[in-house]
Structures are given as structure tokens and as C-alpha cells.
Design a protein around this ligand. Structure first.
Ligand code: NDP
Length: 481
């Protein structure tokens, strides 16, 4: 359907500069229409039995499976991450859709006791209404899939805006849900910019709940807009994730984790490893081993075999990353490798930044505090375990945390001391699984979680129900017993 603006925008492949697809530049009028259709569809969709909704989701999961390779290629083309990661991301969408489809036969409430005889008490879960969803470009199918299936199975209708930097997978996802049998009006897609379509979703009074994943700045703004109309708002935002390496760690394993955590998806993950905090006695050895591996990283078009680090999503983001690198140098950090744009063979038409490692990074430096969202990692020295934990927690974000050690006592202490929503022991800062809750604390989130057992909670209201079968007036708190 054409947008009211009659304008389109290009979805650009960040590795080649080629146009992946043209999309409608939706605006407030398109959002208005989408909300209207979602409100109208809600009346019926709400009452369709959840197991029937679940069956539609199972069908969607099968369609994702059938098209996995095609979707993964398209994902790599619009987002840049390598094909292996693209496949992994599509698999994540399959996994969560299946997991949540099963909720159609659960959606559990609770029954409990009553303080009065011949009285039954329980609570049930009900849909919230129309959900406004705004998602980023770095996981163009996984993040919409964390939100859309649970919202649907719970009985909500949706107005969904994917990022204009990578809208193609969002569009494909909506097509698949329609093909699987989601009725017209239940899942409404509006493509367009954040300042136009996104802003209209955040402000629209016909929307009952906002579900946002993206930067902390935009998320904070959306929180305020949602608060003005008393919406519940779920925010999943930035990260500044540490990997701690203690002196007893398996160093090769820690290096493997740091390479994958820092340079996969070119560091453009909310869970990317951006600080490696190493205990002093092994700092030199770790740094040497790590640098040896960084030198071997292949940077390029994610469709090419052997590439680990793909392009940066756009010129603006690349300039921002290079700005952080300059800042790091000015603040006195030691640039060990990388730190520049790549423009040679295979890199001419894209936005490539060489894998960058800084050493001598102090906790107060900007590069140690702010989310860079690129292939840049800081190595930081820690005196001992306590110092490492202190440095790891010294940021305003709290998404993912990792520690490498063979000492079970320190591992378990770290698990409790980590100011984060996710902790990995002897594993990189990335690698969440869909049946566990996902989200962060501090500047990363506002208390909610996605996926796992929490997936349904975000998209449901609770209704308490009392059934009195005594046939007489019974007054709680007064007619006790
Ligand atoms: P942005 O915050 O820039 O954008 C996210 C979405 O918000 C996009 O769809 C964007 O639209 C939209 N948007 C922008 N401005 C507004 C506005 N004024 N009103 C409403 N919507 C708006 O994030 P990025 O897309 O750059 O994604 C990267 C960020 O996402 C990082 O900070 C990363 O850490 C975070 N993230 C967090 C995750 C988590 O689970 N915690 C997971 C993945 C990413 P458009 O871009 O089309 O203009």
C-alpha cells in the first residue's frame, strides 16, 4: 500500500551501497490509519481462542524455516552481518515464534484461596489492546520476532515500525504472518522514519502500550511520550558490556569469547563486548594473544566466505564511531590496532571500520563509558577480582556481563555482584536463548524483560476474578471465616 506522503526511501546495502529495496515513507496519517484498523480488529481478535492463535504462529514458524536461507541472505544484504550470523538471527525468530506459539495453550493465570467460604478466587491474563512497536536495525528480524508473536498470542493487535536502515526483514516477517493466517487489521506495518512515523506511534492516543528497542536517548524520549498518555512502556536499550578475564582463566577461551563478542556484527549489538577487564598478572599475555587474533579478522561483505566483521550500518554511524576513536586517542588511551575507515579492495563502496583495540583505558574515559556501537574494544587493567567487578559496574548501562575464571567461588560471587540483566560465566557477552528472559538494568531498561517466561507478561493485563457461590452477601475483611 502506498503511503500518504507518496514518497519512498531506499534501503541501502551498507557493504556495497546498492539499493536492497524501496520502502514507503510513512507518516502520521499512515499511523492514524494503522491504529484505526488495529482498534477495529482488536474487538474480534481478542476473543479468538489462544490455542487457535498459537496454531497460526506455528504455521508462521514453519514458513520462516522454509525461507530461512533466503531471509538470511536478505538480512545480510540490508544489515551487513555475516551470513552465518544472519542464519542464526532467522533461527532466533523461528525459535521464539515456536516457543510463544505454545503459550496459546498456557497463558497461565493463577487460582488461589479465598478468606471466605464458598468463594473462589483467581486471576486471568488479558490482552492490553493496541501495541505500538518500534525496533532498531541491528537485529531486523529477531527483535520484531521477540515482540510480535507474544503480543499476538496474548490477543493484542499491533502497529509496527521497523528501522528505516533495515526494514526489509520486518516487511518479510509481516508478510509471513499474513500468509500464516493473521486476519486483516491485526498486524499493521508502517515503514518510515523515527521522526515522522515513530514519533506518531509514540504519541498516538489510540495506542495502549509501547514496546521499544533502540538507543537510550530515543527510548527515554518515548518513555516520556508514553507517560503523557499513561501508557505502559517497555524499553530495551543500549549496553556497555564487560568481559572480565581473571588470572586463572583459560586464556584461549577468553580470547575466543572476546573476538566473537567484540567484532561479530561489527560490534553493533546491544550485547557487544566493549570492555575487556583483565587481571594485572595476565594483562600482557592476554593482550598479545588477543591482538594476534584481531590481526587475522577478515572484514568485508558478509556474504563472502570467511568474513567475521561486516560493514557499519550507515555513514552517520561510521562517522560517530571514528569520532569515538579520535576521542579515545585524545583522552590518552593507547591505540593498539585499527582505528580507521577501510577503503581498499572490497571496501570501496561500503562503510567499513577496521577492528580497533585500545589499551590503557581508564574507567572515566568516554570510550569506557559510552556505547560506541562499532568494532571497537577497550582493554582495561584490574588490580584484582574486586577491582575488576568495580570497573565492570562503573557504567550507566547494565545489559550483559561476562567473566572468565576457573574459580567457582569467584564465578558465583560475580554472578551476584554483576549490575546487569544477563551474566555469562566462561562465555561471551552474547548468546542469549529465547526461553530465558532478556533485558537489562540501569540505563539499559526500565524494569521489563522480553522472551522466555516474561514474554507474555509484557503484553498482558491481569484481571482478578472472585466467584461467590454462597448465595449470601459475604464481606471481605469483615465477615471473616
Ligand atoms: P535508535 O534509537 O536510533 O532507533 C530505534 C528505532 O527508533 C528506529 O526504528 C528509529 O527509526 C526509531 N526512532 C528514532 N527516533 C524516534 C522518535 N523520535 N520517535 C519514535 N521513534 C524513533 O536505535 P538504532 O536503530 O540505532 O539501534 C541501535 C541501538 O539499539 C543501540 O543503542 C543498541 O544498544 C540498541 N539495542 C538494544 C537492544 C536491547 O535489547 N537492549 C537490542 C538491540 C539494539 P529510524 O531509525 O527509522 O529513524
Amino acid at each position: 500500500m502506498r503511503s500518504y506522503s507518496r514518497k519512498t526511501f531506499n534501503n541501502i546495502n551498507p557493504a556495497t551501497g546498492e539499493v536492497v529495496c524501496k520502502c514507503q515513507a510513512g507518516n502520521a496519517k499512515d499511523v492514524e490509519l494503522a491504529v484505526k484498523s488495529a482498534r477495529s480488529a482488536f474487538k474480534k481478535w481478542k476473543f479468538l481462542p489462544p490455542p487457535v492463535k498459537g496454531e497460526i504462529l506455528f504455521r508462521a514458524a514453519r514458513l520462516f524455516e522454509e525461507r530461512k536461507e533466503k531471509l538470511a541472505k536478505l538480512l545480510t544484504m540490508e544489515n551487513g552481518k555475516n551470513l552465518e550470523e544472519g542464519r542464526g538471527e532467522v533461527q532466533e525468530a523461528i525459535d521464539i515464534t515456536k516457543y510463544v506459539a505454545g503459550e496459546g495453550r498456557r497463558l497461565l493465570g493463577e487460582t488461589t484461596t479465598s478468606e471466605l467460604p464458598d468463594k473462589f478466587a483467581m486471576f486471568i491474563r488479558e490482552p492490553i489492546g493496541v501495541i505500538g512497536m518500534i525496533t532498531p536495525w541491528n537485529f531486523p528480524i529477531a527483535i520484531p520476532a521477540w515482540k510480535i508473536p507474544p503480543a499476538l498470542v496474548a490477543g493484542n493487535t499491533i502497529v509496527f515500525k521497523p528501522s528505516s536502515d533495515a526494514p526489509a526483514l520486518g516487511i518479510e516477517l509481516v508478510k509471513i504472518f499474513e500468509e500464516a493466517g493473521i486476519p486483516k487489521g491485526v498486524l499493521n506495518l508502517v515503514t518510515g522514519s523515527g521522526s515522522s512515523a515513530g514519533e506518531a506511534i509514540a504519541r498516538h492516543k489510540g495506542i495502549d502500550h509501547l514496546s521499544f528497542t533502540g538507543s537510550t536517548d530515543v527510548g527515554t524520549h518515548i518513555y516520556v511520550e508514553g507517560a503523557k498518555k499513561l501508557n505502559s512502556v517497555e524499553l530495551e536499550m543500549g549496553g556497555k558490556n564487560p568481559e572480565i578475564v581473571l588470572k586463572d582463566a583459560n586464556l584461549d577461551l577468553a580470547v575466543d569469547g572476546a573476538i566473537w563478542g567484540a567484532f561479530g556484527t561489527a560490534g553493533q549489538r546491544c550485547t557487544a563486548t566493549s570492555r575487556i577487564i583483565v587481571e594485572k598478572p595476565i594483562l600482557r599475555k592476554f593482550t598479545e594473544k588477543f591482538l594476534k587474533r584481531v590481526k587475522k579478522i577478515k572484514v568485508g561483505n558478509g556474504l563472502k566466505k570467511g568474513v567475521l566483521t561486516g560493514p557499519i550500518i550507515n555513514a552517520r554511524q561510521m562517522t560517530k564511531i571514528l569520532g569515538y576513536i579520535d576521542n579515545g586517542k585524545k583522552e590518552g588511551a593507547k591505540l593498539l590496532i585499527g582505528g580507521r575507515r577501510l577503503t581498499g579492495k572490497g571496501h570501496k563502496k561500503g562503510f567499513f571500520v577496521s577492528p580497533t583495540v585500545f589499551a590503557n583505558v581508564k574507567p572515566g574515559m568516554t570510550i569506557a563509558q559510552e556505547e560506541i556501537f562499532g568494532p571497537v574494544v577497550c582493554i582495561m587493567k584490574a588490580k584484582d577480582f574486586d577491582d575488576a567487578v568495580k570497573i565492570a559496574n562503573s557504567v550507566n548501562y547494565g545489559l550483559s556481563w561476562s567473566i572468565y575464571t576457573k574459580d567457582i567461588n569467584k564465578a558465583l560471587k560475580a554472578m551476584r555482584l554483576a549490575e546487569s540483566g544477563i551474566v555469562y560465566i566462561n562465555a561471551p557477552t552474547i548468546g542469549a536463548e529465547v526461553h530465558l528472559p532478556f533485558g537489562g538494568v540501569k540505563g539499559t531498561g526500565n524494569g521489563g524483560r522480553e522472551a522466555g517466561t516474561e514474554a507474555i507478561k509484557e503484553f498482558t493485563e491481569i484481571k482478578s476474578v472472585f466467584i461467590d457461590y454462597s448465595g449470601r452477601l459475604q464481606r471481605a475483611q469483615i465477615d471473616i471465616g
